[in-house]
Design a protein around this ligand. Structure first.
Ligand code: OGA
Ligand code: MN
Length: 200
Protein backbone atom coordinates (compact mmCIF):
# COMPACT_ATOMS: atom_id res chain seq x y z
CA UNK A 1 0.00 0.00 0.00
CA UNK A 2 1.39 3.43 -0.96
CA UNK A 3 1.64 5.54 2.16
CA UNK A 4 4.86 7.47 1.82
CA UNK A 5 3.36 10.89 2.52
CA UNK A 6 1.35 9.87 5.57
CA UNK A 7 2.90 10.17 9.05
CA UNK A 8 4.85 7.04 10.04
CA UNK A 9 2.45 6.24 12.86
CA UNK A 10 -0.45 5.73 10.40
CA UNK A 11 -1.02 2.05 9.71
CA UNK A 12 -2.88 2.20 6.41
CA UNK A 13 -3.92 -1.46 6.38
CA UNK A 14 -5.41 -1.06 9.87
CA UNK A 15 -7.25 2.14 8.86
CA UNK A 16 -8.74 0.48 5.77
CA UNK A 17 -9.71 -2.64 7.71
CA UNK A 18 -11.33 -0.66 10.57
CA UNK A 19 -13.28 1.56 8.18
CA UNK A 20 -14.42 -1.48 6.26
CA UNK A 21 -15.46 -3.49 9.35
CA UNK A 22 -16.71 -0.76 11.69
CA UNK A 23 -17.01 2.49 9.72
CA UNK A 24 -14.52 4.20 12.01
CA UNK A 25 -10.93 4.09 13.23
CA UNK A 26 -8.69 5.72 15.83
CA UNK A 27 -5.03 6.64 15.43
CA UNK A 28 -2.84 7.72 18.35
CA UNK A 29 0.53 9.52 18.30
CA UNK A 30 -0.43 11.05 14.99
CA UNK A 31 2.21 13.78 14.69
CA UNK A 32 5.59 14.81 16.12
CA UNK A 33 5.61 17.00 19.23
CA UNK A 34 7.23 19.79 17.16
CA UNK A 35 4.29 19.81 14.79
CA UNK A 36 1.69 19.65 17.59
CA UNK A 37 3.35 22.53 19.43
CA UNK A 38 3.27 24.67 16.30
CA UNK A 39 -0.37 23.72 15.67
CA UNK A 40 -1.49 24.50 19.23
CA UNK A 41 0.25 27.86 18.94
CA UNK A 42 -1.47 28.64 15.63
CA UNK A 43 -4.82 27.64 17.12
CA UNK A 44 -4.48 29.58 20.36
CA UNK A 45 -3.23 32.85 18.83
CA UNK A 46 -6.45 32.92 16.79
CA UNK A 47 -8.86 31.97 19.61
CA UNK A 48 -10.35 35.47 19.72
CA UNK A 49 -11.48 35.01 16.08
CA UNK A 50 -13.47 31.83 16.80
CA UNK A 51 -17.23 32.22 16.21
CA UNK A 52 -20.21 30.63 17.93
CA UNK A 53 -20.83 27.47 15.87
CA UNK A 54 -24.54 27.50 16.76
CA UNK A 55 -25.07 30.55 14.55
CA UNK A 56 -25.02 29.74 10.84
CA UNK A 57 -26.32 32.19 8.25
CA UNK A 58 -27.80 34.21 11.09
CA UNK A 59 -29.87 31.25 12.31
CA UNK A 60 -29.34 30.09 15.90
CA UNK A 61 -29.62 26.41 16.86
CA UNK A 62 -29.21 24.83 20.28
CA UNK A 63 -27.67 21.59 19.07
CA UNK A 64 -24.12 22.77 19.81
CA UNK A 65 -22.33 25.44 21.84
CA UNK A 66 -18.69 25.16 20.70
CA UNK A 67 -16.75 27.87 18.84
CA UNK A 68 -15.07 27.40 15.46
CA UNK A 69 -12.65 28.97 13.00
CA UNK A 70 -12.67 27.77 9.37
CA UNK A 71 -9.18 26.94 8.11
CA UNK A 72 -7.95 28.78 5.03
CA UNK A 73 -4.54 29.05 3.37
CA UNK A 74 -3.40 31.69 5.88
CA UNK A 75 -3.33 29.05 8.62
CA UNK A 76 -0.16 27.43 7.33
CA UNK A 77 0.41 24.88 10.07
CA UNK A 78 -3.17 23.59 9.93
CA UNK A 79 -2.82 23.38 6.13
CA UNK A 80 -0.20 20.65 6.59
CA UNK A 81 -2.82 18.56 8.41
CA UNK A 82 -5.19 19.13 5.50
CA UNK A 83 -2.46 17.98 3.08
CA UNK A 84 -2.11 14.77 5.10
CA UNK A 85 -5.87 14.25 4.88
CA UNK A 86 -5.72 14.77 1.11
CA UNK A 87 -3.16 11.97 0.91
CA UNK A 88 -5.45 9.78 2.99
CA UNK A 89 -8.36 10.68 0.69
CA UNK A 90 -6.47 9.40 -2.35
CA UNK A 91 -5.86 6.07 -0.61
CA UNK A 92 -9.52 5.82 0.43
CA UNK A 93 -10.61 6.66 -3.11
CA UNK A 94 -8.44 3.92 -4.53
CA UNK A 95 -9.55 1.33 -2.01
CA UNK A 96 -13.24 2.15 -1.50
CA UNK A 97 -14.02 4.20 -4.65
CA UNK A 98 -15.36 7.04 -2.48
CA UNK A 99 -14.85 9.83 -5.02
CA UNK A 100 -13.49 12.29 -2.46
CA UNK A 101 -12.55 15.56 -4.16
CA UNK A 102 -11.99 18.05 -1.39
CA UNK A 103 -11.18 18.53 2.29
CA UNK A 104 -12.81 21.27 4.39
CA UNK A 105 -11.84 21.89 8.00
CA UNK A 106 -12.28 24.10 11.03
CA UNK A 107 -10.66 24.47 14.40
CA UNK A 108 -13.11 23.90 17.24
CA UNK A 109 -12.89 25.06 20.83
CA UNK A 110 -15.24 23.67 23.48
CA UNK A 111 -15.02 25.82 26.57
CA UNK A 112 -16.20 24.47 29.93
CA UNK A 113 -19.83 23.33 29.66
CA UNK A 114 -19.90 23.31 25.85
CA UNK A 115 -21.20 20.29 23.90
CA UNK A 116 -22.51 19.03 20.56
CA UNK A 117 -25.74 17.03 20.83
CA UNK A 118 -26.52 13.84 18.90
CA UNK A 119 -26.21 14.37 15.14
CA UNK A 120 -24.90 13.06 11.84
CA UNK A 121 -22.52 15.16 9.74
CA UNK A 122 -24.31 14.08 6.57
CA UNK A 123 -27.87 13.16 7.61
CA UNK A 124 -29.49 12.26 4.29
CA UNK A 125 -26.42 11.97 2.11
CA UNK A 126 -27.17 15.47 0.84
CA UNK A 127 -24.12 17.54 1.64
CA UNK A 128 -21.13 15.76 0.04
CA UNK A 129 -19.48 14.85 3.33
CA UNK A 130 -18.23 11.26 3.06
CA UNK A 131 -15.70 10.89 5.89
CA UNK A 132 -15.40 12.95 9.08
CA UNK A 133 -12.14 13.32 10.98
CA UNK A 134 -11.46 14.91 14.36
CA UNK A 135 -7.92 15.56 15.57
CA UNK A 136 -7.45 16.59 19.24
CA UNK A 137 -4.75 19.12 19.98
CA UNK A 138 -5.10 20.31 23.59
CA UNK A 139 -1.95 19.54 25.57
CA UNK A 140 -3.48 17.20 28.14
CA UNK A 141 -6.72 15.31 28.70
CA UNK A 142 -7.87 13.34 31.75
CA UNK A 143 -10.62 10.70 31.63
CA UNK A 144 -12.83 12.68 34.05
CA UNK A 145 -12.76 15.91 32.03
CA UNK A 146 -15.92 15.06 30.04
CA UNK A 147 -15.89 16.00 26.38
CA UNK A 148 -16.04 12.38 25.20
CA UNK A 149 -17.08 11.59 21.66
CA UNK A 150 -19.90 9.03 21.64
CA UNK A 151 -20.06 7.32 18.27
CA UNK A 152 -22.33 4.61 16.91
CA UNK A 153 -20.44 2.42 14.47
CA UNK A 154 -21.88 0.93 11.29
CA UNK A 155 -22.92 -2.21 13.21
CA UNK A 156 -24.93 -0.09 15.69
CA UNK A 157 -22.36 -0.53 18.48
CA UNK A 158 -21.72 2.57 20.62
CA UNK A 159 -18.16 3.64 21.46
CA UNK A 160 -16.88 6.18 23.98
CA UNK A 161 -13.81 7.94 22.62
CA UNK A 162 -11.68 10.07 24.91
CA UNK A 163 -10.39 13.20 23.16
CA UNK A 164 -6.77 12.32 23.92
CA UNK A 165 -4.20 14.78 22.58
CA UNK A 166 -2.49 13.76 19.34
CA UNK A 167 -5.32 11.33 18.50
CA UNK A 168 -7.43 11.37 15.37
CA UNK A 169 -10.75 9.64 14.92
CA UNK A 170 -11.92 8.97 11.38
CA UNK A 171 -15.51 7.89 10.69
CA UNK A 172 -18.21 7.71 8.05
CA UNK A 173 -20.07 11.04 8.02
CA UNK A 174 -23.45 9.28 8.12
CA UNK A 175 -22.82 7.78 11.58
CA UNK A 176 -24.59 9.12 14.66
CA UNK A 177 -22.40 10.82 17.28
CA UNK A 178 -22.31 13.47 20.02
CA UNK A 179 -19.78 15.38 22.13
CA UNK A 180 -20.50 15.42 25.87
CA UNK A 181 -20.07 18.61 27.88
CA UNK A 182 -16.42 19.46 28.32
CA UNK A 183 -15.10 20.20 31.81
CA UNK A 184 -11.84 21.68 30.47
CA UNK A 185 -11.10 23.62 27.33
CA UNK A 186 -11.10 21.11 24.44
CA UNK A 187 -9.31 21.98 21.18
CA UNK A 188 -9.61 20.10 17.90
CA UNK A 189 -9.65 20.25 14.13
CA UNK A 190 -12.71 18.74 12.51
CA UNK A 191 -12.22 18.00 8.82
CA UNK A 192 -14.53 16.46 6.24
CA UNK A 193 -13.47 14.55 3.15
CA UNK A 194 -16.05 15.56 0.54
CA UNK A 195 -17.23 14.28 -2.79
CA UNK A 196 -18.09 17.79 -4.04
CA UNK A 197 -16.01 20.93 -4.41
CA UNK A 198 -12.44 21.13 -5.68
CA UNK A 199 -9.86 18.60 -6.79
CA UNK A 200 -7.32 16.95 -4.48
C1 OGA B 1 -18.25 17.73 14.64
C2 OGA B 1 -18.11 16.68 15.67
C3 OGA B 1 -16.71 15.52 17.28
C4 OGA B 1 -15.59 15.80 18.25
O1 OGA B 1 -17.45 18.69 14.64
O2 OGA B 1 -19.15 17.61 13.78
O3 OGA B 1 -18.99 15.88 15.77
O4 OGA B 1 -15.16 14.84 18.92
N1 OGA B 1 -16.99 16.64 16.44
O5 OGA B 1 -15.16 16.95 18.36
MN1 MN C 1 -20.14 15.77 13.96
Amino acid sequence: MEASLLPKSWNVDQILDDLDQHGFTLIDDVYSSEYINALVKECTVHLDEFRNAAIQNGVISNIRSDHILWINENLEIAQQHIETLKQLSQILNRYFYLGIKDVEAHFACYNIGEFYALHRDNPQGKNGRIISTVFYLHEDWQDNWGGELHLQDKNQQWHIIQPKPNRITIFQSDLMHEVLQAKHQRLSITAWLRSDGGIL
